[in-house]
Every structure is written in structure tokens, then in C-alpha cells.
Design a protein around this ligand. Sequence first.
Ligand code: GTP
Ligand code: MG
Length: 249
Amino acid sequence: RKLVGKLTTGCTEFDEMMGGGIETQAITELYGEFGSGKTQVAHQLAVNVQMDKEHGGLGGSVIIIDTENTFRPERITQMVKGLSEKYGMDLNPEEFLQNIHVARAYNSNHQILLVDSATDLANELKEMGKPVRLLIVDSLMAHFRAEYVGRGTLADRQQKLNKHMHGLLRFGDLFNACVVVTNQVMAKPDAFFGDPTRPVGGHIVGHTATFRLYLRKSKGEKRIIRLVDSPSLPEGEAVVAVTMAGLTD
Ligand code: GTP
Ligand code: MG
């Protein structure tokens, strides 16, 4: 078994709450309502992971499975400029963008298949000296929610989802990579998981995700991130800010 790596969030409190950063060989779930900052955190991690160890990164590349077409290259550029200023370095946004491989998932079956394609690509990139150290699924549940509607379809959905989650875990183990998934909190109570403050996906996502982080809006740029579930760390909260330069203290 490889040594677990830790990827900086770029935020002091957030890193501390995570015991140093986002772990490799684990699934970290970001959940919260729309606009809470899930996609912003995912973008920031896609930048940070490319930094060297000294700067909290894993010196790796990224694969993003994008289900809602929310990947924004311009935002990556802003964040790279933010890091350039933070560390007084001359980082090239184009190079960062070249190491982010984005695949659109058109439906839930396609999304599941893309994990296999990601594995093939990660094997190629490893040979090329560009190991994939971060796999993002943004959003994990959007297609599943849209496609599996009503009580009769639940068992089928959970079976597919279970397969998907285990595919993601396997990827994390195989490449010693962080796996980060986003999940929206239900706006109205779900027929099965009634509590509107709980993420969708029920017990499958809940039991397979290693770390669960609940994001919520605070004043202005501030966001509060709560560590809800972790195998070893205490529960806690961290305040971060989503600024022009990216995710900051
Ligand atoms: P859903 O995907 O709709 O569930 O939301 P989400 O949790 O992914 O929210 P997202 O990460 O997209 O956060 C949106 C918020 O981030 C916006 O309301 C802004 O506050 C902030 N944000 C997004 N883009 C930028 C940007 O380019 N600059 C700055 N300063 N803030 C941004
Ligand atoms: Mg989003």
C-alpha cells in the first residue's frame, strides 16, 4: 500500500481540519446547496494538485468528469495568477490548463464508463511522467437524480451508484489519487431520504465517501465548510473565502 498523500486546499483552517489536506486513496464528498462553492473548491484543487510538494501539491495532473458543463478554464487562469502572487512565482496558466483533462458525461451510464476511460488515460499519463493525482466528479448525482425518478427505480439507481462509487475508490487506490465528488443538497425533501439538509444518494454515497464536507454560504465571499464524516478526524468547521484569486483564508 502506498503512503497516503495530502493535497492542500490553500486555506489554513480548512487544511488543519482535514489533518493537513485532502487525502489520496479516498473519496472526499463536497455537498451543499447551489452556489455554496463546491465547483469553486474543485477548480482550486485542480490547480493546487499541480504544485510541488513544498507548496502543498502532489505534482500531478487532473481528470474532471463534468456532468453539468460547469468547468471554466478562465477561472483556472485566475486561480493560477492568484497562486503566482501568493508564492511570488511566475506560473504559466496555459501549462496548468494542459494538465487538466475534462470529459463531459452525457448521462449516468456514460459517467460510469468515463471512470474506465479515466483509468486508461491515467495509465498513459503515468508513462509520460504526468501522473494523475486528482479525479473530480462534478456533479456526482445530477444525472442519477434526473434519470431515476420515482420509487420503483431506486434499487436500480443505488446498484449503479454503488458500482460507480467503487470504480472511483479503485481509481484513487490505483493511482494514489484524491477523488473529489460534488453533491447538491436537495431543495425539497426527497421521497426516500426526506431530510432536506442531507445530500442525495442515500446510504450508498454516505458509506462509500471517506470524507464528507458540508459547504454553506456565509457573509459575502465567506463560506463555511463543516467536516461531517471522517474515519479518524474530529468534526469541525473552517471558514474560507471565494475571491478573485481563488479559495483563500
Ligand atoms: P451548484 O453547482 O449550482 O450546486 O453550486 P456550487 O456549490 O458548485 O457553487 P459554485 O462553486 O459554482 O459557487 C458559485 C459562487 O462562487 C458564486 O456565487 C460566487 O460567489 C463564487 N464565484 C464563482 N465564480 C467566481 C469567480 O470567477 N470569481 C469570484 N470572485 N467568485 C466566483
Ligand atoms: Mg457546481
